[in-house]
Ligand binder design. Structure first.
Ligand code: FES
Length: 152
């Protein structure tokens, strides 16, 4: 059964007809074409689907459509300002913190949420914050460097 869900995504309020039990990650990708976030495990283990919900990093595969209502959801597409990449996205490019790129949107969103609450983190704190985001190809060193470069 389909319901009209009222979702606030990247600053826009949207009405979406969807099964309220559909995963938020599928709504974002399939209904809205926001394909920046990826699905890896669909079990909350890999972090590839990370978005911000009310400013905090959340695995979108663990959120059902009806649970996403009345929340402010930000996807990696929503980080851009005036059509330009956000500083954290640029930092990933500068530090070569991307190889296949599958984990990158989730990494960026997890780091974004972390940096909003922790403006001067240590490398260890950054590693801890990204512990739920798995990368299978670059190793984590350049990712940590990129995030550290964006700390205030
Ligand atoms: Fe959501 Fe892996 S797809 S945590």
């Amino acid at each position: 059964p389909s319901l009209t869900l009222l979702l606030r995504i990247n600053g826009l309020t949207l009405r979406i007809d969807a099964d309220p039990m559909t995963r938020l990650s599928r709504i974002l990708r399939d209904e809205l074409g926001l394909t920046g976030l990826k699905e890896g495990c669909c079990e909350g283990e890999c972090g590839a689907c990370t978005v911000l919900v009310d400013g905090l990093p959340v695995n979108a595969c663990l959120v059902l459509g009806f649970q996403a209502q009345d929340r402010n959801i930000t996807t990696v597409e929503g980080l851009r300002e005036a059509g330009k990449l956000a500083g954290l996205q640029e930092a990933f490019l500068t530090y070569g913190a991307v190889q296949c790129g599958y984990c990158s949107p989730g990494m960026v969103m997890a780091a974004e949420g972390f940096l909003r609450a922790n403006t001067d983190p240590s490398a260890g704190e950054i590693r801890h914050a990204l512990a739920g985001n798995l990368c299978r190809c670059t190793g984590f060193e350049t990712i940590v460097q990129a995030v550290a470069s964006e700390a205030a």
